[in-house]
Design a protein around this ligand. Structure first.
Ligand SMILES: Cc1cc2nc3c(=O)[nH]c(=O)nc-3n(C[C@H](O)[C@H](O)[C@H](O)COP(=O)(O)OP(=O)(O)OC[C@H]3O[C@@H](n4cnc5c(N)ncnc54)[C@H](O)[C@@H]3O)c2cc1C
Length: 433
C-alpha cells in the first residue's frame, strides 16, 4: 500500500517544482536558419547557448518538452568536482599526466561554476557545505585515506580529510559507515531554482527556445545541417546535442555511446531544522562508496531529507521507488521509520562506457554528454566548453577530449543489460562489507 509511508496527496513530481514550477512557455515558430541549433535545454544546452549568444552567434535551443524537463530540474542538487573514477584508477588506465590533467579539469569546473553563479548573481540557495562520503567497507576507508595523500602529493590538490568511525556522528547520525571522507569543496543548491534563474539569463541574452519541439532528425547538407523537429525544420551551420540521459534516436551515433539510467529520489515531510541538524550536524551533502550508491542531503531550508538512489535493478513506478528509498533511508537513519514521504520522483542520468565525461565533435555534431550521475557542475562547465569549441576557440579544449567515446557491438542505446550489471554491482557491494 502506498498510503503507509506517503502523506495524503503526495506528489510524483520533484519536490523542487513546488518552489520552481515548470515554466509556461510561449510557442515560437522554428526559424529557417541559425548559426547553431542546440538540442536540449538542461544546464549543458543553456550554458552552450548563453556563451554563444553573448559572443554574437545566432542560436536556437530545441527542446522536446518544457525548458528544463530533463535531469536539470530533478537532481539532488549536490554540486561537486568529483569524477566517477578516482585519481588512482585514472592513472592506472590513462597514465599519470592524463590523470593529473583530468583532476585539474574537474577542479576548474567547480571554480568556473562558482564564479558563474556569483558573476550572474544566480540566487539558487547554493550553500558551500562540502560533502561527506561514507565508507561502505573498512577497505574503502583505507583506500580513501590513501587517495587523499596520493592526490596531495602527485596532483597538488587537497581533497579533504578522513573522519574515523568513532567520530562519525560529528558528520552524520548513523553507524552504518566505517568512517568516511570530508570534502570541503562544493556544496548543495536548489536545482530547479538554478535552472529557472539560468533560463532567465539565457532569455535575457536573446536565445529563443522552441519548446515542445522534439528533434526527430539531423542530417548533413554540405557544410551545414538540417535539423528536423515535429514543428518544423531549421538549417544550422553547427549542431550541438545536449540531451544526456534523454538522447534520442535522432542522434543515434551518440545515443549508442550512452547508457541512460533512471535515478530515483524522495523528499520527506518537514522534520524541523533542529531534527535535521541532529542527523546532518554540518548540513553536508552525503554519498557513499558503494557501486550502487545512495546520495542524500538536507533540503536547502534544512527541514527535510532528500534521499536518492537506484531503487531497483529495473525501472519502477514512483510509488514503488518511494517505498524502497524510504526503506533505504531508514537503514541509514532508523529513527525516521515513522517519517512520511511527500514527493517521489525520477529522472535519467547517462553513463559513458568509461564512466567519464565526454565533449567534442563526431561527424560534425558537437556534444557535451555522459554526466555519469554528477552533472550540476560539469554539464554547466562542459556546455560552455562546447560553445568555445564551436567558435574555434582553443580555450574550448578539455582534458577529456583525448578520450575515445566508445560503445559496444550491437548496442543501440537501449540498456537491456542494466539489471544484470546492477546485480553484479549489488553482489560486489554486499561482499565488500
Ligand atoms: C534523480 C537525479 C538526481 C541527480 N542528482 C545529482 C546531484 O545531486 N548532483 C549532480 O551533480 N548531478 C545530479 N544528477 C545529474 C544531473 O542532474 C545531470 O547530469 C544534469 O542535469 C544533466 O544536464 P544536461 O543539460 O546534460 O541534460 P538534461 O538536463 O537531462 O537535459 C536534456 C534535455 O534534452 C531534452 N531532449 C531529449 N530529447 C530531445 C529531442 N529529441 N529534442 C529536443 N530535446 C530533447 C530533454 O527533454 C531534456 O530537457 C542527478 C540526476 C537525476 C536524474
Amino acid at each position: 500500500m502506498a498510503g503507509d509511508i506517503f502523506v495524503d496527496g503526495w506528489k510524483a513530481t520533484p519536490y523542487w517544482w513546488d518552489l520552481a514550477p515548470r515554466p509556461e512557455w510561449p510557442e515560437i515558430s522554428i526559424p529557417d536558419q541559425v548559426d547553431v541549433a542546440i538540442v536540449g535545454s538542461g544546464y549543458a544546452g543553456m550554458s552552450c547557448a548563453l556563451h554563444l549568444a553573448r559572443a554574437g552567434r545566432n542560436v536556437l535551443i530545441l527542446e522536446a518538452k518544457e525548458p528544463g524537463h530533463g535531469a536539470s530540474s530533478r537532481s539532488g542538487g549536490m554540486a561537486g568536482s568529483g569524477l566517477k573514477l578516482s585519481y588512482t584508477d585514472l592513472k592506472a588506465k590513462y597514465g599519470r599526466q592524463a590523470a593529473v590533467d583530468m583532476i585539474h579539469e574537474t577542479e576548474r569546473s567547480l571554480e568556473f561554476f562558482e564564479e558563474f553563479l556569483a558573476g550572474e548573481q544566480i540566487q539558487c540557495q547554493y550553500q558551500k557545505v562540502g560533502r561527506f562520503i561514507g565508507a561502505h567497507a573498512p577497505s574503502d576507508y583505507e583506500a580513501m585515506a590513501r587517495r587523499i595523500e596520493e592526490v596531495k602529493a602527485e596532483v597538488g590538490i587537497d581533497t579533504g580529510y578522513m573522519i574515523p568511525r568513532s567520530e562519525q556522528h560529528s558528520e552524520i547520525k548513523t553507524d552504518v559507515y566505517h568512517g568516511g571522507q570530508v570534502r570541503l569543496a562544493g556544496g548543495g543548491l536548489h536545482p530547479a531554482v538554478y535552472h529557472q534563474e539560468f533560463l532567465e539569463r539565457v532569455k535575457a541574452a536573446g536565445v529563443p527556445i522552441a519548446a515542445y519541439s522534439p528533434v526527430t532528425g539531423i542530417s548533413r547538407e554540405g557544410s551545414s545541417f538540417s535539423v528536423t523537429t515535429t514543428r518544423g525544420t531549421v538549417k544550422a551551420k553547427h549542431v550541438a546535442v545536449m540531451t544526456n540521459g534523454y538522447t534520442p534516436a535522432a542522434a543515434q551515433d551518440l545515443r549508442r555511446r550512452l547508457v541512460p539510467v533512471g535515478s530515483y529520489i524522495i523528499a520527506t515531510e518537514d522534520l524541523g531544522e533542529e531534527r535535521i541538524t541532529e542527523l546532518f550536524p554540518n548540513h553536508r551533502m552525503i554519498a557513499d562508496t558503494k557501486n550502487i550508491l545512495y546520495y542524500y542531503r538536507p533540503s536547502p531550508d534544512r527541514k527535510r531529507v532528500i534521499f536518492g538512489g537506484r531503487a531497483k535493478t529495473r525501472d519502477v513506478e514512483t510509488a514503488e521507488s518511494g517505498r524502497i528509498l524510504h526503506q533505504f533511508m531508514c537503514g541509514i537513519f532508523p529513527e525516521l521509520q515513522d517519517v512520511k514521504v511527500t514527493h517521489s520522483w525520477t529522472g535519467n542520468v547517462a553513463f559513458a562506457f568509461d564512466k567519464l565525461p565526454h565533449t567534442g565533435e563526431r561527424h560534425g555534431i558537437h556534444y557535451a554528454l555522459a554526466c555519469n550521475g554528477s552533472g550540476v557542475v560539469k554539464q554547466t562547465y562542459l556546455g560552455m566548453k562546447a560553445a568555445l569549441k564551436i567558435m574555434g576557440d582553443p580555450e574550448g579544449k578539455t582534458a577529456f577530449d583525448q578520450l575515445e567515446f566508445t560503445t559496444i557491438p550491437f548496442y543501440d542505446g537501449n540498456p537491456w543489460f542494466l539489471p544484470i550489471v546492477q546485480r553484479w554491482y549489488q553482489w560486489q557491494d554486499a561482499r565488500a562489507r
